[in-house]
Design a protein around this ligand. Structure first.
Ligand SMILES: C[S@@+](CC[C@H](N)C(=O)[O-])C[C@H]1O[C@@H](n2cnc3c(N)ncnc32)[C@H](O)[C@@H]1O
Length: 217
């Protein structure tokens, strides 16, 4: 007997149709990228003239499947360091230290601290987003929670004048968070890259030139 599609099935197939037609997905496949997300990062780095030194230390939060880390690795040489963390396992990336763990947990924080091995960070990038519950306010609060953790991490490990790029959502808690972030950076920009779907609530906050640096931890 033919069954009518559930709401979830209809949503999944609509997503799949949109995904397979997406020019950024096609380009990522053509160029052998792990994800279309890489084009958001390159656009932001290029259009904001972010200069990454060969010996830069970069931390990539929510790095799976790895397109940002893979791209960032091209900017540094063996004197630099790229560390990525994600809840999900991912295929190894040469020259990148990958941690499978929860950034928002003491274990994840400890693993990052050990991977940094005393080095301070030039750039923190975060493409993390919470798993969507479908409840707008819950998802929004989780997103802001991840943003706050990212900022806390930056305050501990970023070099003076270092930069942070993080995904966020517009909504409750955002204004307060942005104000707080503004106290720590010389300049802040809101960016919606072309590769970010117009229907997605995501955009990126770029904090340039960290002003404060906490004492040794
Ligand atoms: C959009 S994907 C990142 C794509 C990645 N920038 C790339 O280019 O391949 C977001 C990732 O954030 C991860 N994530 C969400 N919350 C996290 C957390 N608390 N700790 C670690 N990773 C998390 C998810 O598992 C997911 O893989």
């Amino acid at each position: 007997m033919k069954q009518s599609k559930s709401k979830k099935d209809r949503k999944t197939s609509a997503w799949f149709q949109r995904h397979s037609k997406d020019p950024h997905v096609k380009r990522a496949q053509r160029e052998g990228k792990r994800s279309r997300a890489v084009f958001k990062l390159t656009e932001i780095l290029d259009s904001n003239h972010i200069f990454i030194k060969k010996d830069a230390v970069i931390v990539d939060l929510g790095c799976a499947p790895g397109s940002w880390s893979e791209e960032l690795r091209n900017y540094v040489d063996s004197s630099g360091k790229i560390i990525g963390i994600d809840l999900l396992p991912l295929d190894p990336i040469r020259g990148v230290t990958l941690i499978q763990g929860d950034f928002d947990s003491p274990e994840g924080q400890q693993a990052l601290k050990e991977a940094l091995d005393g080095r301070k960070v030039d750039l923190v990038v975060s493409d993390m987003a919470p798993e969507m519950s479908g409840h707008k306010l819950v998802d929004q609060m989780r997103m802001i929670g991840l943003n706050e953790m990212t900022m806390y991490f930056a305050q501990q490990y970023l070099k003076p004048d270092g930069d942070v790029l993080m995904k966020t959502f517009m909504g409750q808690g955002y204004d307060v968070f942005r104000q707080e972030m503004g106290k720590n950076f010389k300049r802040i920009k809101n960016i919606k890259p072309a590769a970010s779907r117009k229907t997605s609530p995501e955009f990126f906050l770029l904090g340039l030139g960290m002003k404060v640096w906490s004492e040794e931890i």
